[in-house]
Design a protein around this ligand. Structure first.
Ligand SMILES: [Zn+2]
Length: 320
C-alpha cells in the first residue's frame, strides 16, 4: 500500500527531480556541518583574542531586559552592547535583517554557537549546533559572516536554488533546473578545495543527479532478490525519509512566513491547500505530518479570526 503510493509519486519525473534536489541539500548539509562547527569555534576565539573583555568573565547585567525579539535587540547592558557592535562589524548584511531573536545574548561570552545564530535566518533559536541545522542555515552563516572567505555570489546562488525547491508549490522541478542546480553546487564546492570532506560530497551528488536514481521498489515476489548498488539505489524507506525531511522544511517555511505576515493570509491558504491536496493522495506522508499540519492550520485560523475582527484596511504589523 505504502509502496505503491511511493511508486506512483516517483513515476512523475519532476517530483522525482524535486526529491533528488532535496537529497542534494541534505548531502550538502552533512558535508558542511563539521567544517562550520570548527570554524564557528575559531571565529569566536578570534573575537575574544581581539576583545578579551568580551570573554567568559564578562557577563550580561541586563537579565531578561537583554532579550532580543525577531529583528529587534536593544541591549540593556554594556557587555551585550559591545557584543552587538562586534557581531555587526563582522556581518555582511549589517544594514539589513539581523535575526537577533535567534540568540541568547547572555551566552555570547561562552557559547560560540549563540554568536553564530546572529548570522542565520530566523526561526533557529532552539538549535544548539550545526548538526541541528538545515542546509540554508549553514549557507546563510557562511554568506553573512566575514570570517568565511568565499565568493559570496556562489553561496547565494545555492541559497536561491534552495528557496526555489522549498517554494515550489507543486513540489516539482524540471531536469534542466536540476542540471543548473548541479552546476551551482559544483561552483560552490570548488570554493572549499582544501576541505576534503566537502570536496568528497561532490562525487556523491554527481552520482545522484546523473543517475536515473532508480529507486528500487521490490515486487512482492522478488523482495529477497534485489541488489542495491551503493549510492545510486535507495531503499523505499530512505526515499521516504528524504521526502519527510523536505516536506517538514517546506511546512516550517510556510509557518514562519505566515507567522511574520510576510505573505497575505490568502496566499497561505493557497499554499496550505496545495500541500493538503498532495497529502490527500499520499496517506503514507500525511500520517507522518499530522503534527506540522495541525500547527499550521491553527496559526492560519488565528490569523483569519483576527483579520475578520479588524476593520477593513491596513493589516496590523507586528514585526518591527
Ligand atoms: Zn546584557
Amino acid at each position: 500500500m505504502v509502496l505503491s503510493e511511493l511508486a506512483a509519486r516517483l513515476n512523475c519525473a519532476e517530483y522525482k527531480n524535486w526529491v533528488k534536489a532535496g537529497h542534494c541539500l541534505l548531502l550538502l548539509r552533512g558535508s558542511l556541518q563539521g567544517f562550520v562547527g570548527r570554524e564557528v569555534l575559531s571565529f569566536h576565539r578570534s573575537l575574544l583574542a581581539a576583545a578579551p573583555g568580551l570573554g567568559p568573565r564578562a557577563s550580561c547585567r541586563g537579565g531578561s531586559r537583554c532579550s532580543p525579539r525577531a529583528r529587534q535587540f536593544q541591549p540593556q547592558c554594556q557587555v551585550c552592547a559591545e557584543w552587538k557592535r562586534e557581531i555587526l562589524s563582522h556581518h555582511t548584511n549589517r544594514n539589513g535583517d539581523v535575526h537577533w531573536g535567534n540568540c541568547r545574548p547572555g551566552l555570547w561570552p561562552v557559547d560560540a554557537w549563540e554568536v553564530a545564530k546572529a548570522f542565520m535566518p530566523r526561526g533557529l533559536a532552539d538549535k544548539r549546533g550545526p548538526e541541528e541545522c538545515d542546509a540554508v542555515a549553514l549557507l546563510s552563516l557562511i554568506n553573512s559572516c566575514d570570517h568565511f572567505i568565499v565568493d559570496r555570489k556562489k553561496v547565494t546562488e545555492v541559497i536561491k536554488c534552495r528557496n526555489e525547491i522549498m517554494h515550489s508549490s507543486e513540489m516539482k522541478v524540471s531536469s534542466a533546473w536540476l542540471r543548473d542546480f548541479q552546476m551551482k553546487i559544483q561552483n560552490f564546492l570548488n570554493e572549499f578545495r582544501n576541505i576534503p570532506e566537502i570536496v568528497a560530497v561532490y562525487s556523491r551528488i554527481e552520482q545522484l543527479l546523473t543517475s536515473d536514481w532508480a529507486v528500487h521498489i521490490p515486487e512482492e515476489d522478488q523482495r529477497d532478490g534485489c541488489e542495491y548498488e551503493a549510492g545510486i539505489y535507495l531503499s523505499e524507506s530512505q526515499v521516504n525519509e528524504i521526502e519527510m525531511e523536505l516536506l517538514k522544511e517546506k511546512l516550517q517555511e510556510i509557518y514562519l512566513q505566515a507567522e511574520e505576515q510576510e505573505v497575505l493570509p490568502e496566499e497561505t491558504s493557497t499554499r496550505l491547500e496545495m500541500v493538503k491536496e498532495f497529502l490527500r493522495n499520499n496517506e503514507d506522508l500525511r500520517n507522518s505530518l499530522t503534527e506540522e499540519m495541525q500547527k499550521l492550520d491553527s496559526l492560519h485560523l488565528q490569523h483569519q479570526k483576527r483579520d475578520s475582527k479588524e476593520p477593513s484596511g491596513e493589516m496590523p504589523k507586528e514585526r518591527a
